[in-house]
Design a protein around this ligand. Structure first.
Ligand code: ATP
Length: 393
């Protein structure tokens, strides 16, 4: 078992005698046994501090952390059954890989040397690093060092793995390969894992669920497709996805039949009107690049835009266009020929648009969720995103 319950965790650092910096603000998350949870957010949002509080390397200012039902909030770090992997590997330079991997077992357990060596060799075989066991970190590549660092965590057979940007020192190709390896390894070992990254692609591809943080506050916890298609707010909508969602400032007209911006009007269907009836009038319209279509002759809500740049990628092209002095991105089927400098007609299909309260950022209407997102979320009952306005055409 390795389920983790974080309740109302707050961490304040004192800046001087009068001011404090709130690095983690009233964070509550439940993580299931065996789950791979990715903590993601921009630099400085409190990811590492959260992880360090769980590991016992920082003391929580408020809140509780329960591992398997036991309150570990104030337990000493070395008494927690947790192994942590860092970005900079943190290997002892004067020790061989064998000694690095076995160090925790030697210091923290009363296993015999033979038993320790057996465990080291089993772990090395699992990580494919048997031939590196007698080498020191200085003789290893970045990828090999990270495998040794992972081996050192795995050999302890902990209840919980904490990983703080473990792949960010590797080059792009190796990072992609190690991502898959790590996922397979985690799923084989079935150990609850919290993985920190600022890279939303890593979060989308690796996590069973992702927890998005901003300014120390939890924005949303959900499966990757839930966060992508049903963002809880504008921050999550803009942070998850590359290229990012496009945003337009709009207001509703007097009887809420249209969205109006300085550049265009957008007629609403009955379902969307109902979603925003009696609600806020100051909104942000969001649409993902891949949801923008080139207009057909019978389309409503057509917007004529000037194409600034086209980036052909083969299967799709990124088309950059300007509306009201701002640049937006559409991802258009690569077979459509679109020329830079021309004007094209585009539409934002109504079942694909998102609407956010411009003041609070909260999602008022999300796009119609695709089947894949619903199926993925069904595995985690209790995720609330599906309650957020799903209108249909
Ligand atoms: P990054 O992705 O850049 O590592 P992060 O999301 O992991 O960022 P943290 O390292 O958790 O962010 O930092 C959160 C906030 O707490 C930041 O504003 C940081 O400056 C501050 N902070 C972190 N550690 C300390 C400390 N020991 N003393 C004072 N402030 C700190």
């Amino acid at each position: 078992m390795g389920d983790l319950e974080i309740a109302n965790l707050t961490k304040r650092f004192s800046v001087d005698s009068e001011t404090a910096l709130v690095a983690v603000d009233d964070l509550s998350i439940s993580i299931e046994d065996g789950e791979f949870l990715v903590l993601v957010g921009p630099s400085g949002c409190g990811k590492s501090t959260t992880l360090r509080c769980i590991a016992g390397l920082e003391s929580a200012t408020e809140g509780t952390i329960l591992l398997d039902g036991t309150d570990i909030t104030h337990q000493r770090s070395r008494n927690r059954d947790i192994a942590m992997v860092f970005q900079n590997y943190a290997l002892y330079p004067h020790m061989s890989s064998r000694k690095n991997i076995g160090f925790g077992l030697k210091m923290g357990t009363d296993l015999s040397n033979d038993k320790i060596n057996e465990r080291i060799e089993q772990t090395a075989a699992m990580m494919g690093i048997e031939q590196l066991l007698e080498k020191k970190p200085g003789e290893l590549s970045g990828g090999q060092q990270q495998r040794v660092a992972l081996g050192r965590a795995i050999v302890r057979d902990p209840e919980l793995f904490l990983m703080d940007e473990p792949l960010s020192n590797l080059d792009a190709k190796l990072r992609t390969q190690m991502r898959t390896e790590l996922q397979n390894l985690q799923s084989d070992l079935d150990v609850t894992t919290i993985y920190v990254t600022h890279d939303q692609t890593e979060a989308m591809t690796m996590g069973d669920r992702i927890a998005v943080l901003n300014d120390g506050e939890l924005q949303q916890v959900g499966t990757p497709l839930e966060c992508y298609h049903l963002p809880a707010n504008r921050f999550v909508a803009g942070f998850i996805g590359s290229p990012s969602m496009n945003f337009f400032d709009v207001t509703t007209d007097r009887d809420a039949r249209m969205l109006v911006s300085d550049e265009f009007g957008y007629s609403l269907n009955a379902a969307t009107m109902e979603t925003i009836a009696n609600g806020t009038e100051v909104l942000t319209l969001g649409i993902r690049p891949e949801d923008i279509r080139v207009a057909a002759s019978d389309d409503e809500n057509v917007l004529t835009v000037k194409v600034d740049v086209v980036e052909p990628l083969g299967d799709q092209s990124f088309v950059y266009f300007t509306v009201g002095g701002q640049t937006y991105t559409a991802s258009i089927d690569g077979e459509e020929y679109i020329r830079e400098g021309t004007e094209i007609d585009v539409v934002f299909p109504q079942n694909r648009i998102h609407l956010f309260d411009r003041q609070t950022g909260e999602a008022i209407k999300n796009r119609e969720p695709p089947e894949a997102a619903q199926a993925e979320a069904a595995e985690f009952q209790g995720s609330s995103s599906f309650a957020v306005g799903q209108s249909t055409d």
